[in-house]
Design a protein around this ligand. Structure first.
Ligand SMILES: C[S@@+](CC[C@H](N)C(=O)[O-])C[C@H]1O[C@@H](n2cnc3c(N)ncnc32)[C@H](O)[C@@H]1O
Length: 242
């Protein structure tokens, strides 16, 4: 099962960028689920005075979710694909949002520190998730939080079969119609190859994250998509919104 990685993947996202928002708009719950995960960061005070990193921001759907969850936060949004970033930058944003073309593996410590990191549909795309998690821990302030929103299957046979049925019946045909069949076949296979939800939770704990929680999303993606919320271990960080 060959997956797209690094430059090849960025190039596939460059090509797919023009139809990306259309295809995600056809996915029931895409925006609401991202918002649900961003809210699970529980950033206090609407994010006032906080710096948040959106890792793999794409065309800005996850950035928009972060801003809705924490309207006063300053957001740095990074992505490896110039095409996806161009779509994001073309949208209206407050001055507290900035976009950078950077691979997740290359976000330097000077960009930080951040109070929170959000990664929407990124981790199953990276070559070495452990390397990126280690980097995220360095970028987070002590007590900072991570929320990962990802296609990470429950581990049950029914959810694996449902994912393949949806990909064969809807996702790959729709992606092929827009000329992006390769990327959407990658989506299908990368989800099957990626950690199940319990396995990714274990990966987070091994990377040193604390208080790891795995939360479901609603709708048809239940059992297919999860939110993973964790802290970077140290005390004295962002206090939870009540
Ligand atoms: C499925 S899209 C999700 C975009 C956005 N977060 C959202 O929720 O709509 C995944 C994004 O991750 C980016 N990406 C994949 N691998 C990356 C990496 N190693 N570093 C930075 N961005 C990466 C892709 O270019 C793409 O824009």
């Amino acid at each position: 099962m060959t997956l797209l990685r690094d430059r090849e993947l960025a190039s596939a996202f460059d090509d797919a960028a023009r139809a990306y928002d259309l295809l995600t708009a056809l996915n029931p719950g895409y925006t609401a689920d991202l918002l649900r995960s961003a809210r699970r960061l529980r950033l206090p005070g609407g994010g006032a005075g906080l710096r948040v990193l959106d890792l793999g921001c794409g065309t800005g759907a996850s950035t928009r979710a972060l801003l809705r969850a924490a309207p006063h936060a300053s957001v740095t949004a990074v992505d490896a694909s110039a095409g996806m970033l161009a779509r994001a930058r073309a949208k209206p944003w407050p001055a507290r949002v900035c976009f950078r073309q950077l691979a997740a593996e290359r976000v330097a410590e000077e960009e930080g520190p951040f109070d929170a990191v959000f990664a929407g549909y990124l981790f199953r795309n990276v070559t070495d998730p452990d390397e990126v998690l280690a980097s995220v821990r360095h970028l987070l302030r002590p007590g900072g939080r991570l929320a990962v929103h990802e296609y990470s299957l429950s581990g049950g046979a029914a959810h694996r079969a449902l994912w393949t049925a949806v990909c064969r019946g809807v996702i790959v045909p729709a992606g092929t119609l827009t000329g992006d069949g390769g990327l959407y076949r990658h989506l299908w296979r990368s989800v099957l190859a990626f950690d199940t939800a319990p396995a990714f939770a274990g990966r987070l704990a091994r990377a040193g994250f604390t208080g790891v929680r795995v939360l479901p999303v609603a709708g048809w993606q239940t059992g297919l998509v999860h939110t993973f919320v964790a802290g970077n271990g140290s005390v004295g960080g962002v206090r939870e919104a009540r």
